[in-house]
Design a protein around this ligand. Structure first.
Ligand code: HSE
Length: 436
């Protein structure tokens, strides 16, 4: 009987999950696939550490060439993460005619072109479902299920760590640093959590998502990105008073032939589906031209949920191997030769709604000075709240706006922050609210 040989590189959080799933669901998977998946080798720099899964003696090695040189290994699973040596491992596996499954979003967002070209030349498949949205089948949804659609919009929560932090800050009033430590302990956060907090992890995932949704290459540095480090308890509470919750969103809107893409903390109405995605969960709200809204929700991080997506890729590729085909589905929506470069709407031309928190002296005429500058820039106020009274010192004055241009908002805030009655840099959080 034909078996499918697997070699795993990286026996960490997700690698351990993959081994557990292959063991626990081996019989079920074999029934569904019609052939057994055989894990032949696991390579990891650390062969001594105790892991929550037992593996047959002799299969764990620190030598990756044991995988590369084994002709019975059909699929190499790269779960090392980071750029190097992961990139070299993947390119070597491809060069040797092995199929690849990876969860490495940073690598694909940066070196995707090189990897997919090499794979195309070697006629092998590359599965990367686990790279975006953890367990959620977002890659398959965009590449296959929505193939007959223009993707009009994507609004998504793509980082479990940030969502966990914002949820705990909102629901339990816990401080940022405390919940970040909790997320690290639970194994959601990146090795360097600034990748999570500053939105870099989300940018990697958005770049991959855009390449699938629009068949275009995107450089992550071209996408506007703002993380969650500046979100305070005070703004979370004001958001609540306006009926909003704050989420770190990755946003993409089709604007004619161009795409508006941005990543930033966003206020969304409390009854929006995304506002109710809590803890480490991720979600994608996609509007297809034919499908209408599609909502995908699930665990965006964690050992077993992410392993579920990795094993799904392994089974997809194994099915192709058993049928003697490869490349049935293109890596990124279109053939690599058809892929173009994305034409992004310049961020300054973006139009959306805004929340401002001014720290202003509590004196007559202050609001009229602020609103005068906003009015001059054609920024229309939707609602205002002022809390507390202070004879001396500053009080928060918060407002929401109707749709305004980013360029105008920046110019207005520069002027406002120069006023002597404004005593701290104004806080700006963008709002996505169709009712405003
Ligand atoms: N650090 C990532 C997150 C892990 O928090 O979502 C999954 O990519």
């Amino acid at each position: 009987m034909r078996t499918i040989g697997l070699g795993l590189i990286g026996f960490g959080t997700v690698g351990t999950g993959v081994v557990r799933l292959l063991k626990e669901y081996g019989t079920l998977i074999e029934k569904r696939l019609g052939a057994p998946l055989v894990l032949k080798r696991i390579a990891d720099a650390d062969t001594k550490r105790k892991r929550p899964v037992r593996v047959p003696p002799g299969i764990l090695t620190s030598d990756v060439s044991a995988i590369m040189n084994d002709p019975d290994i059909d699929i190499v699973i790269e779960l090392v993460g980071g750029y190097e040596p992961a990139r070299s491992f993947i390119l070597e596996a491809i060069g040797r005619g092995k199929h690849v499954v990876t969860a490495n979003k940073a690598l694909l967002a940066t070196y995707g072109d090189e990897i997919f070209r090499a794979a195309q030349e070697s006629r092998v498949d590359v599965g990367f479902e686990a790279s975006v949205g953890g367990t959620i089948p977002i890659i398959k949804t965009l590449k296959e299920a929505l193939v007959a659609n223009e993707i009009n919009s994507i609004m998504a929560i793509m980082n479990g760590t940030c969502n966990y932090i914002l949820t705990k800050m909102t629901d339990e009033g816990k401080p940022f640093e405390t919940v970040l430590k909790e997320a690290q302990r639970l194994g959601f956060a990146e090795a360097d959590p600034t990748f999570d907090i500053e939105g870099i992890d989300t940018a990697h995932k958005l770049a991959i998502t855009l390449s699938l949704a629009y068949g275009k290459r995107v450089r992550i540095d071209d996408v506007y990105r703002e993380g969650i480090a500046g979100i305070s308890q005070q703004d979370i509470e004001f958001a609540g008073e306006f009926g909003y919750r704050i989420k770190l969103l990755a946003l993409a809107f089709k604007r004619g032939d161009r795409v508006e893409a941005r990543i930033h903390p966003t206020m969304i109405p409390r009854d929006h589906l995304l506002a109710n995605v809590d803890s480490n969960f991720n979600a994608f709200h996609i509007t297809g031209s034919a499908s209408g809204p599609v909502f995908l929700y699930g665990q965006g991080a964690g050992s077993i949920p992410t392993a579920s997506a990795v094993v799904s890729d392994i089974v997809d590729i194994a099915r192709e191997i058993l049928k003697g085909v490869t490349g049935r589905v293109p890596y990124r929506s279109l053939g690599e030769d058809e892929l173009g470069d994305i034409d992004l709407v310049p961020f300054e031309d973006v139009e959306t709604n805004y929340y401002f928190r001014f720290m202003a002296a509590d004196r007559a005429g202050v609001l009229s000075k602020i609103s005068g500058i906003l009015g001059d820039k054609n920024i229309s106020i939707a609602a205002v709240i002022q809390k507390g009274r202070k004879k001396m010192g500053a009080v928060p004055v918060v407002m929401t706006t109707h749709k305004a241009k980013e360029r105008a908002v920046r110019e207005a805030l520069t002027e406002i922050d120069r006023l002597d009655v404004v005593q701290a840099k104004t806080i700006l959080i963008r709002i996505e609210d169709e009712r405003l």
